[in-house]
Design a protein around this ligand. Sequence first.
Ligand SMILES: Nc1nc2c(ncn2[C@@H]2O[C@H](COP(=O)(O)OP(=O)(O)OP(=O)(O)O)[C@@H](O)[C@H]2O)c(=O)[nH]1
Ligand SMILES: [Mg+2]
Length: 467
Amino acid sequence: MMQYYEDTIAAISTMSGGGGIGIIRISGINAIDVADKIFVDTKRAADSVARMSTHTIKYGYIINHETNQILDECLVSLMRAPKSYTKEDVVEINCHGGYAVMHSILALIYKNGARPAEPGEFTKRAFLNGRIALSGAEAVMDLINAKTSEAHKAAISQLSGRLDNELNDICEKLSLCLAQIEVAIDYPEYEMEEDTAQEAMNTLERIEEQLKKMSATYSRGKIIKDGFKVAIAGKPNAGKSSLLNVLYGSDRAIVTNIPGTTRDIIEVNIDVDGIPIIITDTAGLRETQDIVEKIGVDRSYIAISDSDLILYVIDAQGNTEEEKELLFEISQRYNVPIMTIINKTDLIDKKRETELFEVFSQYEPIMISILSNQGIEEIFNRLRRIFTEKGVYMNTENIITNERHKKLLDSSIEAITKAKESYKNNMPIDCISYDIWECGKYLEKITGKSIEADVVETIFSQFCLGK
Ligand SMILES: Nc1nc2c(ncn2[C@@H]2O[C@H](COP(=O)(O)OP(=O)(O)OP(=O)(O)O)[C@@H](O)[C@H]2O)c(=O)[nH]1
Ligand SMILES: [Mg+2]
């Protein structure tokens, strides 16, 4: 399917301002015309963009013909329809990346017949013009946002259409099943009626397995895409901010010997084996009359409940009973796994260390000293262990990273399970056919083959401008 739009759109496609170069993209039926109104080559020949061959670049100037003012020196590249990002005529202007330069060129483009593109509109046209599947379009956004190698790999695999291909393949098998079942009903005089229906059911069983496997990859996919959230918590002065700094590898949080130093949430991103980890340092947990600190403590509890893992830091010299109480309370109150860390072991002797290890043994504590850089690697090893248990390193063909896809997959699994049960219970064939049909519909919503216009709008409105 190819849709033709009456209008031509333009936007800055690189970060606005500050870059050495910037790219302004124009797409649509009048893209070439608009470009020719503002671009002159070195010979100042008319229609110089229109005379370019597709996929070539020309050097020249952006000029405001009304004032005769040259706005920039640039390179213009042309991708003629349908071999372009949007499948429409696309002109890209490579100019200097300054804020004022780019915005003055953009204003000139708008004056000469293009309108501002909405967020994601270039990619939306690529989808609506049939160049990429909806799941591929969503992967474009993931690719832009990818901060680690694993997130990058997952996005590029989805963009290349692997997910789309697997789902299309399943949809074809579902149609075949549907046909087989209906034949078995329409021609009951055939002896093979039972066999055919059974064969269809076997196929459904295999598809159900395949879909379940895909759905299970979401626990890995979610971490790869959104990051694994770790909250550092504990009593004041335990060394939480020091831990954040050492895990981050640079002094990000303020460290002092005054209990109650940290009052706000501090967030840093690190990368372990290509997995994004978001670490938050929080205010030390204690009852306080200080209004600012109290707000900080409230925020600590929010960060704790919102995390995938709590790093609970204990001061080796602190009050063991109080620590035990607080740690127990947190483990009961929140449904979040805890990694217990006993810090400042440089200040205690071996006897006390053994004693502490025993007191907290049910939490398998890690003994560390940030001051003498002891035990930090063990924290990373434990993280790796958690990732292994969660299957984060698993190398599966297709990983589901998108919540929308996960929900639709689960609905499709539900439909297929219903179809199987209806068959077992000798329900009318219409019910079975309907469930199989519905299963396919859910999958087509992922690829975008069958999707409501308002859902498309919502998806693309989350894109950044210029993409
Ligand atoms: N001896 C020793 N001191 C440490 C160690 N880790 C941190 N400290 C010191 O402990 C004090 C408190 O450290 P912070 O990192 O600010 O502690 P915090 O848990 O963030 O404290 P609040 O923000 O007040 O809750 C500082 O003086 C640190 O230098 C350690 O391993 N050994
Ligand atoms: Mg602190």
